[in-house]
Design a protein. Structure first.
Length: 363
């Protein structure tokens, strides 16, 4: 099946399995955000719709964790099944899979009974990662994602070995890049891996996954730096802004396919302690999350049909993230200086904005 231009809802309802388990009193179901059988409202003591209320909170705080990751999660009395692509026997391809968030995703997907194809630059790192996944079905493919021919080879190996791909996680990344007019060689490398690596993955795998006519998901790892674009590493910011734009366009294209069952998701971690971010440190900073915490949110939010999966961390709440994103967008409509959040003339105004009553819509 080839891509067509027919319009469809935001995410395809067929991809999400029906809910099971005991439901909270007062739950009504219907289409919401383009996904069938979503909880529309839950009656609360104050009469306010808790579905609307909780949309302004860090959703990860609402999850009652269960020991078995294969079981649906209970969120406000509603059993939330995982995305239908995250099913036993299905195949996940993960770039940057030898460490960090990629390896954490591999552990979680293996616990769900999935088969794994791990890609990373070095075979020794892949061998070490595979050894941690004892009991899982794993193949490893050394891959430089900045080279389309190597990503095509990764795709061919996955299909030759398993005959299908349910999840593609374009997660490989590198840093630092450079400022607007320095470190040209680092610009080349960071754009090649962080941006072209994701483009190459999307081009190599998407049509084949669509043609399977089975539930699938493409997860691209972005960054808050690609949304608010703080000064410093402009090259890195550009790559992650590009990943955001690419993934938004991919989501639109996929939902426009009649009968399509592949969804796209933008994973935006907060501060996360990984090999790339450690920079010589051996202990996780108190404000950072672990990669496993990020993957917890990823699996939960994929099951809810979310496209933007923006993670908080131990220092930055979802409310602060939302305010920072809104402030950055308003630089344009208010004609403020570029990156005014870091402009000394706007320091007091931004501090007041962070402390003000919620600037967000209540519905």
């Amino acid at each position: 099946m080839r891509m067509t231009g027919r319009s469809r809802p935001r995410q395809n309802p067929a991809v999400f399995a029906p809910r099971t388990g005991t439901l909270a009193r007062g739950v009504r179901y219907g289409p919401r955000n383009g996904v069938a059988n979503q909880p529309i409202a839950v009656a609360s003591a104050d009469g306010y719709s808790s579905t609307n209320r909780t949309s302004r909170k860090a959703r990860h705080e609402l999850v009652e964790r269960t020991p078995d990751p294969r079981q649906p999660k209970l969120i406000q009395g509603v059993m939330m099944p995982p995305h239908a692509a995250l099913s036993p026997g299905r195949v996940a391809v993960i770039t940057g899979g030898a460490s960090g968030i990629g390896l954490a995703a591999a552990r979680r997907f293996a616990a769900l009974g999935m088969k794994l194809v791990l890609a990373d630059l070095r075979q020794d790192a892949l061998d070490k990662a595979a050894a941690e996944l004892d009991g899982a079905t794993v193949i490893t493919v050394p891959t430089d994602v900045s080279r389309i021919e190597e990503v095509q080879r990764l795709k061919e190996r996955a299909y030759a070995e398993f005959g299908e791909v349910a999840v593609l996680m374009n997660n490989a990344g590198t840093s630092p890049g450079g400022g607007p007019f320095d470190h040209y060689d680092r610009w080349q490398r960071v754009l090649g891996v962080n941006l072209w690596g994701v483009i190459n993955g999307v081009h190599a795998f998407t049509q084949a996954m669509v043609d399977q006519q089975t539930p699938g998901a493409i997860v691209n790892t972005g960054s808050k730096q690609g949304i608010t674009c703080p000064p410093g590493d402009t090259a890195y910011n550009i790559t992650k802004a590009g990943v955001k734009v690419l993934t938004e366009g991919l989501a639109h294209a996929l939902r426009s396919i009649a009968g399509g069952q592949v969804t796209a998701h933008l994973l935006v971690p907060g501060s996360t302690f990984t090999g790339m971010t450690a920079r010589g440190r051996t202990e996780k900073p108190p404000g950072s999350w672990t990669p496993d915490q990020v993957v917890d949110v990823l699996v939960e939010r994929m099951g809810k049909g979310d496209f933007y999966i923006v993670c908080p961390d131990n220092d930055v709440t979802t409310d602060v993230d939302n305010r920072r994103i809104l402030w950055s967008a308003e630089d344009i409509i208010r004609n403020r200086p570029a990156l005014s959040r870091w402009h000394p003339d706007y320091a007091e105004e931004f501090a007041a904005f962070l402390a003000a009553p919620s600037p967000f819509r209540s519905n």
